[in-house]
Write a protein that binds this ligand. Structure first.
Ligand code: FAD
Length: 465
């Protein structure tokens, strides 16, 4: 139902004149959005909650990407960088998250065009329309957006003509329980965020401990391999692995995986299970997690029977979900299941696309009932785990063209993506990548899937969950 005001507010389009486009988040896609908007001659301001550029990427900075440099640099960003004398890294080499920040994001944020428009330490708490909650319709498109900002100095409201939300999902992990709810009790540091630096900064947290990794994706695999490596030198380290389903086909079908690199990641983890270095707890539905002295006890069901396990620390590698709270006053058109824009969801729903084979897409798929409001980047995929930076860069190219009034360019998709995706699901018990599509090139497959395990360091690349 739509409510209409009897006395409509001001509706003159002039209210938007001179206002910038607000970009939420200075991650790779937020910065790319700013670069495309500036190239189109639009004013932009980027609000970043963290103290620096790429705050979320830094958090998993020790992890190597599965995409080489040639697939993680946005073209408009590259044009800004090259004007400063910057040279692109070797196209085929694989950066870590920290390399991505140091070699690409930090220099990009320091360019004379971007440096003045990024506001660090500024969390966007809420987005609305000036004087209009979500129930008001008349003149909505001509009414400035209102963003509530939280900084060290307090709370301020600012206005914008359009909003691009590229705030990612890294800071909102899925909860541990099968019901999708947070455990009832506060567990403190007994539960660790996905992708801890097991062999580096976080080593002491895991050395000699009984550790439970929860999750069936590549983040879980990455952590499990590093924990198994740690266990060789840190006596008493015990590694358990809980997965909700009977199998772990998301980690590839071992030797049957047509993508050798990902198959190696999967077969390494399965080999660790077979050799007893990891204890797998399959078909485990977690109902609750409670503190138990210094330890933590997980309770749930296996094959309908009660099952409990007590450990020192849990790594939550169950994936991520979008934080939609700050968009409460915005009219969103989200899919019921994936929480991605409705037209995009069928293209990425992990229940339907076991390999994340996502066609390039732009404003047509990203539009919401709210005019001039877009969610892009990792957050646009909602709960689907298959986002690729290249896809995000094409999204923001299209959005910038649309906001500049170039509706034709906005709908002319310029990106040719690999047909293979990033991860697979347990649907059907196998990975669709076991039979790579005829059109996918080896380079495209490499970019889309995981890279070989470095047996010396335990380093692998990894997918988003
Ligand atoms: C371990 C790992 C490996 C990956 N490897 C690859 C790969 O090889 N290839 C690939 O294509 N993709 C990869 N991805 C997926 C994806 O490309 C990355 O997650 C990427 O960082 C997403 O970029 P983003 O800009 O959308 O979001 P993010 O990088 O998450 O950036 C979002 C930014 O928004 C800020 N923010 C959050 N909330 C607010 C707020 N309310 N107000 C203001 N700022 C806010 C955050 O601090 C952050 O800086 C990987 C992901 C992970 C986790």
């Amino acid at each position: 139902m739509t409510l209409t005001l009897t006395v409509p507010p001001r509706t003159d389009a002039d209210r938007l004149t001179g206002l910038p486009v607000a970009v939420i988040g200075a991650g790779p896609v937020g910065l790319a959005a700013a670069a495309h908007l500036l190239e189109r001659g639009l004013d932009v301001v980027v609000y970043e909650a963290g103290p620096t550029v790429g705050t979320s990427v830094r958090a998993w900075g020790h992890t190597r990407l599965f995409s080489p440099w040639q697939y993680v640099i946005d073209p408009a960003a590259q044009r800004l960088l090259e004007a400063t004398g910057w040279e692109a890294p070797r196209a085929a080499s694989l950066p870590t998250g920290q390399d991505l920040v140091d070699t690409y994001l930090a220099p990009l944020a320091a360019t004379p065009q971007l440096a003045p428009v990024i506001r660090y330490g500024t969390r966007v708490e809420a987005v609305s329309r000036q004087g209009m909650d979500r129930t008001r319709s008349t003149g909505r498109a001509d009414t400035p957006f209102l963003l509530r900002l939280h900084t060290a100095d307090g709370v301020t409201d600012i206005t914008a003509r359009a909003v691009v939300d590229t705030s990612g999902t890294y800071t909102s992990p899925n909860p541990l329980t099968a019901a999708g709810l947070a455990p009832a009790a506060d567990l403190g540091d007994r539960v660790v965020h996905a992708l801890p630096d097991v062999l580096g900064a976080d080593r002491a947290r895991f050395s000699g401990k009984r550790v439970l990794v929860v999750g069936a994706g590549h983040s879980a695999a990455n952590t499990l391999i590093k924990l198994a490596s740690l266990a060789k030198t840190a006596p008493g380290t015990e590694v358990l692995w809980a997965v909700r389903n009977a199998g772990t086909a998301r980690l590839g079908a071992d030797a049957a995986d047509g993508l050798a690199a990902r198959g190696q990641l999967g077969s390494t983890v399965h080999g660790l299970v077979e050799s007893g270095q990891l204890q797998q707890i399959a078909s485990y539905e977690i109902d609750d997690v409670r503190a138990d002295g210094d330890q933590v006890t997980v309770t749930g069901r296996r094959a309908g029977e009660p099952f409990a396990v007590t450990v020192d620390v849990i790594v939550n590698a169950t994936g991520f979900r979008p934080d939609l709270d700050m968009l409460r006053e915005i009219r969103l058109g989200l899919d019921d299941i994936v929480e991605a824009p409705r037209a995009l969801a069928p293209l990425i729903d992990p229940n339907l696309h076991s390999c994340g084979s996502v066609p390039p897409h732009g404003v047509a798929e990203l539009a919401h009932p709210e005019p001039n409001f877009f969610i892009a980047g990792m957050k646009s995929y909602g709960r689907a785990p298959t986002f690729l930076l290249l896809t995000g860069y094409e999204q923001v190219r299209s959005i910038a063209a649309e906001l500049a009034g170039d509706h034709t360019a906005a709908r002319q998709l310029e990106l040719v993506l690999p047909e293979t995706g990033v991860c697979s699901t347990d649907i059907g018990g196998s990975s669709c990548c076991t039979t790579p599509p005829a059109t996918a090139t080896p380079a495209a497959e490499d970019a889309a899937c995981c890279t070989p395990l470095d047996s010396a360091t335990g380093n692998t690349s990894c997918c988003t969950n």
